[in-house]
Design a protein around this ligand. Structure first.
Ligand code: 5GP
Length: 202
């Protein structure tokens, strides 16, 4: 049970939430679909996109390149309230620099053993790649303190509940609802009701 299962769970539960499909140079795993899980591209295409500044962020992770395209992100931002990016810490830092109001949620495995078991179960990692991923996990965890939320992925149901709760709570932040509050105030405000107010001068 990993981040993508968690993401799928929350996407099916909350309205007006979409996933930004990343570009990657890695090979598709069995069952992964072009344009759904990733936009799978060659290193040449990826390099050309970097040169064209087509990415909002990109990074090299485990020998492969991954990036969020500006076109993909802009399209999603226009069509829904919130967009989920499932990206590594290097990418998250770049997004923080460009989108200071974005919310950052770090998903932690319950313990080292379960992380290892999950990667082994996937059977797509050879021994060297598994080692790289475990070392990389430690490097990433060192970055966790600057994130807004830490979410321990103990059980899928609990973690999905927590992720949905974070997104819903973020949607209720005062600054996000301010324009509706202002509209309400303008409709009901004291100047509108002055005539009905017994304490107002005649
Ligand atoms: P995987 O190959 O297992 O799908 O992903 C490997 C790592 O790359 C994960 O940590 C994932 O979050 C990260 N990743 C996936 N897409 C992107 C992206 O667009 N940008 C960055 N920076 N990392 C990504």
């Amino acid at each position: 049970m990993g981040k993508s299962t968690l993401r799928q769970g929350v996407l099916s539960r909350l309205a007006s939430l979409e996933y930004s499909v990343s570009h990657t140079t890695r090979e598709p795993r069995p069952g992964e679909k072009q344009g759904v899980d990733y936009h799978f591209v060659t290193p040449e295409v990826f390099r050309a996109m970097v040169a064209d500044e087509a990415f909002v962020e990109w990074a090299r992770v485990h020998q492969h390149y991954y990036g969020t395209s500006r076109a993909e992100l802009d399209k999603r931002l226009q069509s829904c309230q919130d967009v989920i990016l499932e990206i590594d810490v290097q990418g998250a830092r770049q997004i923080k620099a460009h989108y200071p109001t974005a919310c950052f949620i770090f998903v932690l495995p319950p313990d080292a053993g379960s992380l290892k078991a999950r990667l082994q179960r996937r059977r797509t990692e050879d021994a060297a790649s598994l080692e790289t991923r475990l070392t990389q996990a430690a490097v990433e965890i060192a970055e966790a303190p600057w994130y807004d939320y830490l979410l321990v992925n103990d059980t899928l149901e609990e973690a999905t509940d927590m992720l949905a709760a974070i997104i819903v709570a973020e949607r209720c932040r005062t600054k996000k609802v301010a324009s509706r509050v202002l509209a309400l105030y303008r409709t009901l405000g004291p100047q509108k009701n002055a005539a009905d107010d017994p304490s107002s001068p005649p």
